[in-house]
Structure formats: C-alpha cells, structure tokens
Design a binder for this molecule. Structure first.
Ligand SMILES: Cc1cc2nc3c(=O)[nH]c(=O)nc-3n(C[C@H](O)[C@H](O)[C@H](O)COP(=O)(O)O)c2cc1C
Length: 369
C-alpha cells in the first residue's frame, strides 16, 4: 500500500521531500528538480529570522531577501525554513512567509549544528537540549502562521548518550549534563537521544509534521544515519506525520525505507545535488514497484544527464548572472557524472571555467559514456 502524506491541509505527493540545504536549494535547483518531477515538497535554503529582520546586506553572501526573490510567484507547494532562538523574531518572520510570500509550509530548524547557528547564535541544534523551549518556540510560530502548517526539523539529539540504557529509552539524560572542555564553543552538551521528548513537545505545540535527521548534532555528517532511532520517534507522535531523513542515496533505498520504517515521508538532501532526478526515479519506483518498468529507474542516459546539467546552468545564470552563476555552478557540476568516464577530469577542470560556452565545451569533451 502506498503511504500518503499530508502536512496540515497540504497533500505531499509523492512523499519524497527536498531537504533544505544552505548554498544549494536555490531557485535554479528547485526548478530543475521540479522540471524532472517526483519531489512532493521543494524547500528553500534556511532563512535566519534575525538576518531577515535586520535585512543586513552581507558582503559576498546572499541576504535573506535575495533568497526570497521570486518566491511569491514560484510554483507550489513550497516549504520555507527559518532559524533563530527568539520567539518574537521567529513568529514575525514565519508570519511574513505565510501571509506575504504565501509559502505552503513554514519549517523551523532545530537541527543545524554549524558553529554560526548552534554555537554563536544558540539556535538550531543548540535548542535540542530543552524540549520545553522548543515547544514554546513552535507554539508561537504556529499561532503566528495559522492556517499555514508549521513543521519542525530536528536531529536525534546533541551527542549520543554514554549510557546505553538511557539511549535505548530515547530519553534525555538530565544527569549527564556536562561541560565538554574540548568543545571550542564551550557550551554545554546534553548526551542522549532527546528526539522522543522533542517530538512530544513539537506535536503538543501544534506542529503539522516532524522531520528527523538520524544523526546527533555532534556527529555533523559523520557515521551513518540511524533509521531505527528515527523509527522509534513514531511511538511519541499521536497524529502528525513523521518524515525520515539521512543518507538516502538511491531510488531503491528511498522506496525501501519508506516501506520498511514507520515513516510517512522521506527527505532527500545531498544525493540529489548531483542527481536531481533521484526524486523522479524514487517516485516512479514507488508507483511501478518494478526496477525495469520505467525509463527513469535505471541509470539515465549520458545525453539526458548532459541536457539536465546544461539546463541547470542556464537557470543558475538567469538567477545569479554570468559571473556569479558560473562560479556557483562549479560546486554543483562537480557532483554530476559520478561513475561516468571523464567525470574525474571534468571535476578537475571545472574550476577554470568562466563562461557558459566554455562550460558546455568542457561537458561535451569530458563527460562521456
Ligand atoms: C550543504 C548543506 C547545507 C544544509 N543546510 C541545511 C539547512 O539550511 N537546513 C536544514 O535543516 N538542514 C540543512 N542541511 C541538512 C540537510 O537538510 C539534511 O538533513 C542532511 O544533509 C541529511 O540528509 P542527506 O543525507 O539526505 O543529505 C544541510 C546539509 C548540507 C550538506
């Protein structure tokens, strides 16, 4: 039986969601994924609530307003993610996104482990140490955004428990609050799986869905995502859907995990940067349940990969202009062609390419069957 996913009043079909990724899930990327199909909910890059409020121009970086340019006219459904630890700022920016930009879903980030977010700004995964505070933040944003659904994205906790008993109970281990002397941020870590407690707080606060990335903040991206721990969160939720996230890197895995684990949706991040067709492949596989019955299921032909890459380049230039678009294109392009002949040479040479024409020439020359 195919699972259906609904976030508030928004049907998410197919139940494969784009993971928000700062620096990657820009308009050009979202449009590329959309054109290929199979993604039930594209997502913006995260937006700093305090950055949005102060609307500071950032040198060499996109401002929050840049990230939102064109969003009002963009196809729906579309999720926008915000981060901060200040309820007033989160509520204000959430409401702007819901009412002015009319996004379909407002997501709150409780998972980012990056120093600027979790360390300096005590937001993102920093907040996982305090389920009550998470609940209060979610409640404020839910009220401010009504009737737009509000969701939360979390990790399993800050750092794995050193006490296996506490870990298996999926409980915060309050007696394990210790100061990690080696941590450059010198902030307190709470060891243990707090996803269950956070899930309860998030649901009681009125959120419409919860996404769990199956890693601890301290792991960053090391190790593997723990899908049993993601599955364990389900028993803490009464009515809202659970979306699993972490290490989904093939259509087979996406469909298998959707069926095998008690999750209502699957969120895909890194693997789709260089393979934006992954959502389409997963959705076709989910429908056909046969690896051979769709042209999208097997490895896609090189000409199609090249065309997708060229069209993506075109969109990047449209969004960011010739110079910046080409520079930004490099970090995407080097993720394409994995396993293909010439891919390594292509990755080495891509750093020297400054124009769309030169890019096309390099792709044609090096990117071959
Ligand atoms: C470059 C990069 C940027 C990311 N930015 C965000 C972000 O803005 N918000 C967020 O919730 N997670 C962010 N993440 C985490 C992803 O959304 C996702 O949870 C993580 O990559 C695990 O999924 P995956 O294994 O499918 O990539 C980012 C990850 C990467 C690699």
């Amino acid at each position: 039986m195919i699972k259906t996913l609904q976030i508030g009043s928004i049907p998410i079909d197919p139940p494969f969601l784009m993971a928000p990724m700062a620096g990657f899930t820009n308009r050009a990327y979202r449009d590329t994924v959309r054109a290929l199909g199979g993604c039930g909910l594209p997502a913006l890059e995260m937006i700093s609530a305090r950055g949005f409020v102060s609307q500071k121009e950032r040198v060499g970086e996109e401002s929050e307003l840049d990230r939102l340019r064109g969003v009002a006219e963009e196809p729906r459904p579309l999720a926008a993610q915000i981060w901060d630890n200040d309820p007033g700022k989160l509520a204000m920016v959430g409401a702007k996104l819901a009412y002015e930009y009319q996004v379909s879903v407002v997501d709150i980030n409780f998972g980012c482990p990056a120093h600027d977010v979790a360390g300096k700004a005590q937001s993102g995964s920093f907040l996982l140490r305090d389920p009550e505070r998470v609940g209060r933040l979610v409640e404020r944003v839910v009220k401010a955004c009504h009737p737009t659904p509000v969701t939360a994205k979390i990790r399993l906790g800050i750092a794995p428990s050193q006490n296996p008993k506490a870990e298996s109970q999926s409980k915060l281990c309050h007696d394990e609050i210790i100061r990690d002397q080696n941590n450059i941020d010198d902030h307190t870590f709470i060891y243990g799986n707090c996803a269950g407690e956070i899930a309860v707080a998030v649901e009681q606060a009125g959120a419409a869905a919860l996404t769990v990335h199956g890693r601890y903040a301290k792991q960053m991206f090391s190790g593997t995502a723990d899908w049993d721990a993601i599955a364990a969160v389900k028993s803490n939720l009464n009515k809202i859907p659970l979306i699993g996230n972490g290490d989904i890197d093939s259509p087979g895995k996406a469909v298998d995990f959707l069926k095998r684990y008690p999750v209502d949706g699957i969120m895909i991040g890194r693997a789709a940067i260089g393979r934006p067709w992954l959502f389409r492949q997963a959705s076709e596989l989910l429908l056909t349940e046969s690896e051979r019955s769709s042209e999208w299921i097997s490895t896609i032909p090189i000409e199609r990969e090249r065309t997708i890459l060229f069209q993506f380049c075109e969109r990047m230039i449209q969004q960011f202009g010739d110079e910046r678009g080409m520079v930004m294109m490099r970090k995407f392009a080097c993720r394409y062609g994995s396993g293909r002949r010439g891919a390594r040479e292509f990755r080495r040479a891509i750093g020297t390419v400054h124009s769309q024409k030169a890019f096309q020439k390099l792709v044609d020359e090096t990117f071959q069957e």
